[in-house]
Structures are given as C-alpha cells and as structure tokens.
Design a protein around this ligand. Structure first.
Ligand code: ATP
Length: 934
C-alpha cells in the first residue's frame, strides 16, 4: 500500500454516506482487508490519536464557590465580621483562619478527588477490533486512523466515524449524538447526500453503541474530526462528588447551624442577665457558634471517600460513581455471572459425544499435547464421527488460536477457542480447514439466541450450514439424531453438565449451491446432529475464598448464568453457594408471578439459562425484599439490570462498552474476588467516616459546653473595681483548639486500617441514620468528660495559685492548662477512635502512621502555643512547668480507660443480644434481614 497522505477530511465535509463502499475505500486509500501495521503507524503520526479533547471536571471556581456556599461558612464569616467590629481583631482573624483553612482543605481535596476519579475511569481501556492486512487484531481505540477497517459487534462502542462495508442486522443506538434512544438500523447502501446525521444509515458515528448484529466498516474520521468531536469539545465530564452520605451530612449541618444559632442567642441572653458587658456577651455567643459548628466535616467525608476510591482501584475495582463506595458497605446480596467472574474463563474441551460413541480429550488447559481416547484407549486415528464434530465446531467459529511456546494464544471467545484447540489437538489444522471450506455468511452468536450458524462452501462448490449452540436450542432444530431420540441426547447433556461442563451441540445440513446467505429462518430446522462437546472451566481458587469471606460477612452470593442448569449446579456446589438447593432456570422464572419470584429470588442461589431480562426482574425482586444488590453484567443487554442494581458491576476485560457505561464499578480483572475486596474497602471507608464523626462531634460539643458552663455558672469577679467574667478559656483559645485540632487530628482517621472483624459482621443497614445512637451517645459522653476535665483542672489551678501569683497570672496559667488538657484529651481520644469496637492494640498500634504524624504536629503547635512569646501575646497564654504539663496529660488520659470500659460494655451487650436472638429464632447467617450498626 502506498503511503500517500489520504485527504484530511472530516465525515461532514465529505458525503461518505452518499458514496458506495468501494468509492469510500478508494477516496480514503484503504482496502477491505484494512491497513498494514506500517501504514497505520504512519497515518497515526499524521492524524494524531483518536481521542476527544475534553474539558474535564468541574471548573475550579465553581468548586471553590461550592465550598463557600454553605450556611456553616456564612455563620463563621458573619462571626468574624462581628468580632472585628467589636474590636476583637485577634478573635476575628482566627475565625477567618478557620474559614480559609477549611475552605482550602475542602477545595484541594475535592479537586484532587475529582481528578483521581477521572484518571481512574481512564484506566479502563477502550479497545477496538480492526483488520490489519486481513488479520483481526485488538488495538486501543485511541490508535485508530482513517482507513482502518473495524469490526463491530453488539455491545461495542463505535470507536470513530465509520462508513459501513458490510453488516448483518446491525442496529446502533445514537442517543449520544442525536438524543434518539431507539436504535436505528444500519445498511450498506448509500443514502441521499442531503441526509441529516440521524438518517445516514450507511454510517456509524463515534460514541454511539451497537445494540444488535455485527458489521465491518472503514474509519473515515477520528478524534475531534468526528461528529461527536465537533459537538463535544466543550462537554464537561463532571465527576459528581455528592453521595447520600454527603447529602445527609449537609442537611444535618443545616439543622445543626440553626440549633447552634438558637443556643448562641440563649447564651447571649444569659450573659447579659448575669451582667456581662454587651461586647463580652456577643463575643461569647459567636465563639460558641464557631466552636460548635463542625465545619471540617464535609472535607473529611470527601477525603475518606476519595481515599476509599484509590484503595479500591489498587484492589482492581474502579469506581465510576462515588456513591458506590458507600453503598458497597451495605451490600447484602451479590449476583454474579459465572463464566470468567467465578470461573477462570479457560475453557478446555474434555469430552466429545457423538451418536456413535464417547471420546475423551486428555491434556489439561491450553497445552497442545492432548490426545483423543475412546474410553481409556488412545486412538491412532480419529474416527469419522468425531472428526466431523470437531470440523464443524472449528468452522462454525469466530475465534482464532495460535500455538506458541507450547500454549495456545487465543483471539476471541474462549468457548470458541476451546473448540479450535480441541480440533488442533486431534490433529486437524484449523487454518487449512477454513481455507478449504470458506465461509460465505454467518449468524454470529448472540446470548439471546444461544446459537451460531455459518454457511460454508467446500472446494467442489457444495454448500452446508453449520449450527452450534446450547443443546436444547440446537436439538430443536434437528430432525435427525442418527436413530437416537432427543431425550437420550438430553440425558447425555445432563450427564456431562453435571460434571460441571459447558456443553455445546453441533449440527449441520446441506443447502443448495445457490444459497447466498443465512437468515434466521434458514437456521430454524432440518439439521442433522453431529454431536456434543463438553468443556470444563474450573472455578477460580480466589473466588472460592471470596465466597467464603462474603458468607462470613453476612452477604449472600448468587450465581446467574446462561449455562445449563446442571453445569450451574455443579459449579455452584464447587463454589459453595448451592447449599443443597437446585438451580432455578430462566424458563421457570418467566412463569412465576411477582410474589413467587420474590420467594425464589431470596431462597435460591443458582440461576441457569437466564436471559438478561430475567436479571432485571431478579434485581427488582431482591430489592423489594429489602436487599441491597450488587449485580455483575458484561453484555449489551445487561445494561438495564446494571442500572437497576444498587451496585452495577461491569467487567473491564470482557465487558461490552455498553455494560461499562451502565455500571457503578468496573473490575479490571473480571474477578469475583475483586467485588468482595471492594465490599471490604467500602465497609472500611464507612467505618472511618463514623470514626471521624465520633472524633469531631465530641470536640465541638465539648468546647461548646466549656463555654456554656463558664458563662452560665462561673463566678463574676470584681477585680480592681471592674466586673470580670471568669472563663476557663478565652474565645481566642477555644478557636485555637478548633483550628488546629480538627485539622491535625481528624484527617488521619480517614486513612485508618481495616478493623479485624470488618468482614465478620453483617452489612450495615442502608437506612441507618448517619448520627446513630452510638455516635450521639459517644458524643455526649466524651464532651461531658472533656468539659469536666478541662474546667475542673482550670478551677483547681486558679484557686490554688491565685493567692501566690495574683489574679492575672493565675488566670493565664489556669487557662493555658485548660487548653492543653483539651488538646491532650483529644490526642488520647484519637487513639481510642482508631477502632470503633476494639482496643486499638488489636488493629495494630502502628498500622496508621498518619495518626502519629497528626499527634506529633499538634504537639509541636501546642508547645508553640504555650512557650512562644508571640503566641503568648496573641492568645494570652503562660508558660507551664513540666509538672503542670504532666497534670494536663494525666487528666487528658482519663478518656482512655473510660472509653475502654464503654467499648467493653458495648461489646458485652452486643454479644448478649446476639445470644438472645440466636436462642429465639435461628436466622440463617447468609440472609441478614436486619443488621446491626456499630
Ligand atoms: P455466564 O453467565 O456464565 O457468564 P453467559 O450468560 O454469558 O454465561 P452465554 O455466553 O450467553 O452465557 O452462553 C449461553 C449458552 O450459549 C451457553 O451455555 C452455550 O450453550 C451457548 N454458547 C455460548 N457461547 C457460544 C458460542 N460462541 N457459540 C454458540 N453457542 C454458545
């Protein structure tokens, strides 16, 4: 092929749709067999990669505005203004610092989270099948160039603008371009030059989806030269960072703000009544507002979720929609495909059955050293019946295999690859066979048909139709079983299937030499059964372990497969999910009314010969029963079920583009074990959020209590003839704690390691409130303890020292001690929060270095607060003796034993209630109807 520059035209500049295919090929300097590798590379240099330039993410300014546009922040800003107006410039500036710091952290984190999720989505590669010098190869869609011939199949995303060269029942859904969601039929015939995009039936456009059929087409425009490229240059692919949890927290935040404002107003009144100066009262009220508002919380939540997304990606589950991170933690049922997800998708034909005999193919996996045996006798030459069966299996086949270094390299569907390997093992040369009996036409395999048919012509010009597919489907089309009745054959199918084999039946019939194509009607009957091929596809070892882990975590695993019921049962038993039950078939599901379906969906774990529409019904039924359902899918027809499921899981390697776009998660290794890993991470993320809440909220309430107790109950002194309120902390000091502690200490909790029992407890109830009883009780307990410790130590220190040091110095020292006590208290409490239920020794003292980083940082800041003269001036602090520091640490440490007792009491109560429940009615551990929350 010469490498002249083909005309650099876009699809809209040339009326490709109005030209016949050969004219298009000529104009674009291509051939029906595609380009050469060399030519493709040269064109790629000239045209650039086939990617759309997208302006990604939310604009930074909008993101920043979202941080500021929050009632909590408004209250804070108003407080800062008020403080400055009252002449309390220091306090005003600290409040402003709180606002700026929080906004910045929130902004940076959300920005990074958005970018990270975007980058992850791109980790799932988009590929295209192209012809390069007649050979089918898979290349990244980004490498397509004008002139490439692409092969389209149902489920594919059309990778660029293409002009059809051939098609079979091709239907394309063009909603991305035209907004029309009803698929349009595509034909090779040229259309009128003036046809609009939606009427150009001879074209398929980049970004649209093949919903049915197959086709080949030549690429006419790539990247931004495509129709989609032209309209989507300004498309923003925004990553939505909102989740149910962030929304719930935002609404809690609004109520909390109102409540805090009311309490502040009451405090203002109390202060005035007790004779505080107006400015003093106002300052106390606004300090209360600032101290009590958990302004750092939204940022912490986003960070925890973003970290979860990254951990999940490392464990091969790419999150496409952020809420999935949370939902994973409450998943109660996982419905999984069998082939490739629970099994290895390494098909090996082990048995051949023909009406004349039974043969076994020895040799494991893809190694070529197999031999054909009848019974246990090795066969020197292949009997004619077995030969015919293998030949038909190899011809009625779209895969190709190459023997390389003793293993087989496969392109295409593993089921078909296995048939080819079986033929090669038996000494048949597939390539040679295929050239001697060339293919005239084919009906490709579609899951909903469960068969494939080809029309082949031999060297003498005789034509035959070959049919292979699910035995029931093939047998229905056969009128001759070589003297055997269909029931005998089906019994044979069951015998193979119950050994866990996928069984394909193969049949053929002669047709007139004049027959040009094969239509569905042609494949409807009149075939002669050639035999059965049984192939094994063993379960993945890690899937067996993951199923066990799910069971321990109170999650039911259900297998949904298109395979035969007996095959499904055998594999289900090996995986440990059948549990003595039996497989329910799609046909049975179709007969059931909604009530029976709900019963069956809950009680059965293996579903066989299931069509995509059954999947949708199953998800709905399970959801009606209160389950949170994760569902896997790979085909184009799985999209509705994936969307309906609480978590749609698509396969990164074998999944169709359509299923990936409908999913919430994409598995980069197609492995069931990665779903279990994602669930584990989801639970960890949620735990860490609760830990952050359990840490942050008591701090806010504790600080508020310290202030309220002071204003409402502490004596008002008369010093040098002036009234002066005795307060355990100055407003600026309170704000200091608020500023440094939340940031330095709450963030590290988002990195906390998994709790040891994370996969041993039942799933979280999705409707359980964020502020559970546990969080509320913990908040009150810790806040009261903190307030009592700090104010108690303050009063004790002031009273002991006032005589020796005088009012001013004693007050400064006592206040510095109160602040230090709270900081110490928080450091110890942080260690406690590392685990919700256990002592932190069990999750590993050093398993989260960020915690110690936070504590170290805070310790340094606090030392500065106490000892730096500049800080002493700003915050009114005084240097403390080692003894005083020790005392603060001791009082702060009280929280450790108290919370340990609380955890012990909680776990005892949980155990007791479990025992009582166990004695009452035996709940099957796998079906967690109602789960507890920590
Ligand atoms: P799983 O859920 O286990 O991944 P599936 O639902 O994807 O399986 P399909 O691939 O749709 O199952 O296969 C359904 C049935 O169709 C198989 O049991 C087999 O009998 C038949 N079959 C599968 N692949 C082919 C093929 N390439 N050609 C002909 N028939 C096939």
């Amino acid at each position: 092929m010469d490498s002249h520059d083909p005309p650099a035209v876009t699809s809209s500049q040339q009326p490709w749709h109005a030209l016949p295919p050969d004219a298009v090929l000529k104009a674009i300097q291509g051939t029906p067999d595609g380009l050469s590798e060399h030519e493709a590379r040269a064109r790629l240099e000239r045209h650039g990669p086939n990617v759309l330039q997208r302006v990604s993410g939310e604009s930074p300014l909008k993101l920043l505005w979202r941080q500021v546009n929050n009632p909590l922040i408004w209250v804070l800003l108003a407080s800062a203004g008020l403080a400055i107006a009252l002449g309390k410039v220091t306090d005003g500036i600290i409040v402003l610092a709180v606002v700026v710091l929080n906004t910045l952290i929130g902004f940076v984190q959300e920005f990074r989270a958005g970018k990270a999720i975007e980058a992850l989505t791109q980790m799932v590669p988009e590929n295209a099948t192209v012809l390069r010098e007649g050979q089918k190869v898979t290349v990244p869609a980004a490498q397509l160039v004008p002139g490439d011939v692409v092969v389209l199949a149902s489920g594919d995303k059309v990778p660029a603008d293409v002009r059809l060269l051939a098609e079979r029942n091709l239907q394309v859904e063009e909603a991305a371009l035209t907004g029309e969601s009803v698929p349009s039929e595509k034909k090779v015939a040229p259309v009128d030059t003036s046809a609009g995009i939606g009427d150009r039936t001879s074209m398929a456009f980049g970004g649209t989806h093949v919903t049915y059929g197959t086709g080949t087409a030549v690429v006419v425009a790539t990247g931004s030269a495509t129709e989609l490229g032209r309209i989507s240059q300004l498309l923003r692919e925004a990553v939505d960072l909102q989740t149910p949890l962030t929304k719930a927290l935002a609404s809690i935040g609004r109520y909390l703000t109102i409540a805090i404002l009311i309490i502040s107003a009451v405090l203002l009144g109390v202060g005035l009544l007790r004779g505080y100066a107006v400015a003093e009262s106002l300052l106390a009220a606004l300090t209360l507002a600032v101290a009590a508002i958990p302004e750092g919380l939204p940022a912490i939540v986003t960070i925890a979720l973003a970290i979860g997304v990254q951990y999940m990606a490392a464990r091969r589950a790419i999150i496409r929609k952020l809420p999935a991170v949370e939902t994973l933690g409450s998943t109660t049922v996982i419905c999984s495909d069998k082939t490739g997800t629970l099994t290895r998708n390494e098909m090996t034909v082990q048995a051949l059955w023909t009406p004349a005999g039974f043969y076994s193919l020895s040799g494991v996996g893809y190694s070529p050293q197999g031999e054909v045996r009848r019974g246990d006798q090795p066969l020197a030459s292949l009997p004619e019946d077995a030969r015919e069966l293998l030949v038909a299996g190899a011809l009625c086949n779209d895969a190709s295999v190459r023997s390389k270094d003793g293993t087989w390299e496969l392109t295409g569907d593993p089921t078909e690859g296995a048939l080819l390997v079986a033929a090669e093992k038996a000494g048949l040369r597939v390539e040679e066979l295929r050239s001697r009996r060339s293919r005239v036409d084919a009906i490709p395999f579609e899951s909903e048909n469960q068969f494939m048919a080809t029309l082949n012509e031999d060297e003498r010009g005789a034509r035959s139709l070959f049919l292979k597919g699910a035995p029931e489907v093939v047998l229905r089309r056969c009128d001759s079983h070589e003297g055997l009745d269909a029931r005998t054959v089906l019994a044979e199918v069951e015998r193979l299937a119950s050994r866990g084999m996928r069984v394909l039946a193969v049949a053929s019939k002669s047709v007139p030499g004049s027959q040009q194509g094969v239509r569905l009607e042609d494949a409807a009957g009149g075939f002669r059964l050639l035999g059965l091929q049984g192939m094994i596809d063993p379960p993945r070892e890690e899937a067996i372990q993951a199923v066990k882990a799910c069971h321990a975590a109170g999650i039911t695993v259900k297998m949904i497969t298109g395979d035969h019921a007996k095959t499904a049962e055998a594999i289900g038993a090996q995986l440990g999910i059948l549990e003595g039950g039996r497989a329910v078939t799609g046909a049975e599901l179709a007969e059931m009314d909604e009530a029976r379906l709900r019963g069956s969906a809950t009680s059965s774990n293996v579903f066989a010969r299931v069509a995509p529409e059954h999947k949708l019904r199953l998800v709905r039924a399970l959801q009606t029963e209160g389950h949170v359902v994760a569902m896997t899918g790979d085909g184009v027809n799985d999209a509705p079920a994936l969307k309906q499921a609480n978590i749609g899981v698509a396969m990164g390697i074998t999944g169709t583009a359509v299923s990936k776009e409908a999913a919430d998660i994409i598995l980069t290794d197609d492995n069931f074990a990665s779903i279990a890993a994602a669930v584990e991470e989801g639970r960890r993320v949620y735990d860490n959020l609760i830990k952050s809440l359990a840490f942050v909220l008591p701090t806010n309430l504790g600080l508020a209590l310290i202030l309220i107790v002071g204003v409402a109950f502490f004596p008002i002194l008369h010093i040098n003839g002036e009234r002066e309120a005795l307060l355990a902390m100055l407003p600026s000091q309170l704000l200091w704690i608020n500023l440094v502690a939340t940031v330095a200490l709450a963030l590290p909790l988002a990195f906390e390691a998994r709790e040891p029992d994370v996969m041993k407890r039942p799933p979280r109830r999705p409707d359980s409130p964020v502020l559970s009883r546990f969080v509320l009780m913990r908040t009150v307990l810790v806040a009261v303890l903190m307030c009592a410790g700090a104010t108690g130590l303050f009063l004790w220190e002031y009273n002991t020292e006032v005589a020796r040091l005088g009012h001013d110095m004693a007050l400064r020292e006592a206040q510095t001690m109160a602040v230090t006590t709270v900081i110490m208290f928080q450091m110890f409490y942080l260690l406690n929060c590392r685990s919700l239920r256990d002592s932190f020794f069990r999750i590993g003292v050093f398993s989260n270095p960020f915690v110690y980083l936070g504590i170290g940082l805070l310790a340094l800041l606090q030392l500065g607060f106490i000892f730096l003269p500049f800080m002493q001036r700003v915050f009114g602090t005084a240097p403390l003796t080692l003894e005083a520091l020790g005392l603060c640490a001791l009082v702060g440490a009280v929280v450790l034993p108290v919370i340990s007792v609380e955890k012990w009491w909680r776990s005892r109560r949980a155990q007791r209630s479990r025992r009582e429940r166990g004695a009452g009615r035996q709940l099957p551990s796998r079906v967690p109807r109602r789960a507890t929350v920590g």
